[in-house]
Design a protein. Structure first.
Lengths: 398, 63
């Protein structure tokens, strides 16, 4: 194949939720396809469920965002002032780091956190009910809930929540300019630096203090690693869940019969959350890899240094795995979707995200039964080009 | 049916615990623990599901 025969891969979503037609076509014709990636380099797009899983669980592919071949889908470069984050590490370095924090995110720990998440959700809904209508759901509920939860887990003192929240909103807002971004990043990392230093002096009952304790037991505290981990948890656990809250709310408002089914039987909510995760696959852009060596896979050879982009939204609509894959079926009961990735980096916060989504969905529609969009749905603006898919603003009323 | 887990491969995502909390648990450090090595018949379907969702390929069945 000559270089100019390689098609350029378009990325931004066209239909609000589903994969682009070009991506579906690739899945049918060439599930591992040579393409020009969004960063202009020649690499690979992977679109079938089977192949996405195979590559995400294959240690011959690297997660290093600093490798020049890494298929960055969007221009936003990661903050290079930080040491490589857990997300960027490969075997054998990744596992031991992940093991210092997974204990904080077990199913059991998340269940124990449920009542506190419920309180936070209730407080925000109280404020919505007491405030003016219409209100932007994104600012009133979707963003602050996951943000507060992760603040509390990390051990950010209550008095600093506002500082923390405004900076992280700047970080994830589509309105932020490059300059504002750099500034907010600087403020946040220096804040997190001070926070880590304070926890080293005076440990409290929180994730960061326990992490410091673990590092001490393992032979030494690494300040840079601690700041990096705090940063990663803050960023990874914030906008993702927020976007899922907004999108899920919208979707259920558009499908009153599904909403009614959940009202009748709240035990269905967790299954609905799983299906909504599959249906939207908001974080597929996180699923890039770069080959560490030449890899032969199902008839293609991926060369060392070439980037590979896993189009998980397309993989999550793979008819070989999901029957009637384009339909949202809250009773589907399929957990083998790719919304949280696969392999050793599979989302560390997935059980937190499930818990937050479940509580928000159950509570929001129960407490505000008349909830409805305050604008015609055609006017909603979706984050087609953002690294995490979502709705920018979602005015609601009741 | 016998269930086997490889703690080295487990990345602690907890998917197995969601599928079958009577068979799988997580240690304090997040790694899987097997609560029932030979689960009863009615859980065999769930065991196959756990194998298929485990992101670390850390669960095996001997039938
Ligand atoms: C619905 C919400 C969420 C979605 C869709 C999501 C999606 C993902 C995906 C696709 C990955 C894999 C990245 C890769 O393989 O390179 C990932 C990793 C990660 N997620 Fe999430 N995430 C969500 C919520 C959260 C939450 C609430 C946290 C909590 C702190 C979190 C923390 C992380 C971390 C730390 C990683 C890196 C894990 C590692 O490298 O081992 N995520 N997430
Ligand atoms: S699903 Fe697999 S990786 Fe996750 S906790 Fe269970 S055994 Fe470990």
């Amino acid at each position: 194949m000559t270089a100019d025969a390689v098609p350029t891969l378009p990325i931004s979503r066209t239909c609000p939720y589903g994969p682009r037609p070009e991506h579906r076509q690739l899945r049918e014709e060439a599930p591992i396809a040579k393409v020009i990636l969004p960063n202009g380099r020649t690499g690979w797009a992977v679109t079938s469920h089977k192949h996405i899983r195979a590559i995400l669980s294959d240690p011959r592919f690297s997660s290093s965002r600093r490798n020049p071949g890494f298929p960055t889908a969007r221009p936003n470069a990661p903050p290079s002032a930080l040491k490589p984050l857990m997300l960027e590490l490969d075997a054998p370095d990744h596992g031991p780091v992940r093991r210092t924090v997974i204990g904080e995110f077990t199913v059991q720990r998340m269940n124990a956190l449920g009542p506190r998440i419920q309180e936070i959700v209730d407080q925000h809904i109280d404020a919505m009910l007491a405030g003016p209508r219409p209100v932007d759901l994104v600012q009133a509920l979707s963003l602050p809930v996951p943000s507060l939860v992760i603040c509390e887990m990390l051990g950010v003192p209550y008095a600093d929540h506002d500082f923390f929240q405004t900076r992280s909103s700047t970080l994830v807002s589509y309105k932020t300019t490059q300059e504002e971004l750099t500034h907010a990043l600087g403020e946040l990392t220096s804040y997190l630096g001070k926070l880590v230093a304070a926890k080293m002096e005076n440990p409290t009952d929180d994730l960061l203090s326990r992490l410091i304790q673990k590092q001490r037991e393992n032979g030494g505290v690494d300040f840079g690693d601690l700041v990096g981990m705090a940063f990663l948890l803050l960023i990874a656990g914030h906008e993702t869940t927020a976007n899922m809250i907004s999108l899920s709310t919208l979707m259920l408002l558009q499908h009153p019969e599904k909403l009614e089914a959940l009202r009748q039987d709240p035990s269905k909510t967790l299954g609905a959350v799983e299906e909504l995760l599959r249906y939207f696959t908001i974080a597929e852009s996180a699923l890039g890899r770069v080959a560490r060596e030449d890899v032969e896979l199902d008839g293609v050879t991926i060369r060392a240094g070439e980037g590979v982009l896993m189009l998980a939204n397309t993989g999550n609509r793979d008819p070989e795995v999901f029957e009637n894959a384009d339909a949202l079926n809250i009773d589907r009961g399929a957990r083998n979707h790719l919304a949280f990735g696969f392999g050793q980096h599979q989302c560390l916060g997935q059980n937190l995200a499930r818990m937050e989504l479940q509580i928000v969905i159950d509570t929001l529609f129960k407490r505000i039964p008349g909830l409805r969009p305050a604008v015609p749905l055609e006017t909603l603006s979706f984050k087609e080009d953002a690294s995490v898919y979502g709705i920018r603003e979602f005015p609601v009323t009741w | 049916m016998k269930v086997l887990v490889d703690e080295e491969k487990c990345c602690g995502a907890g998917q197995c615990v969601l599928v079958a909390p009577k068979v799988f648990g997580q240690r304090d450090d997040g790694i899987v623990i097997l609560l029932d090595k030979e689960p009863p018949e009615e859980l065999h379907g769930a065991m196959r599901e756990a194998v298929s969702v485990c992101p670390g390929y850390a669960i095996w069945l001997e039938e």
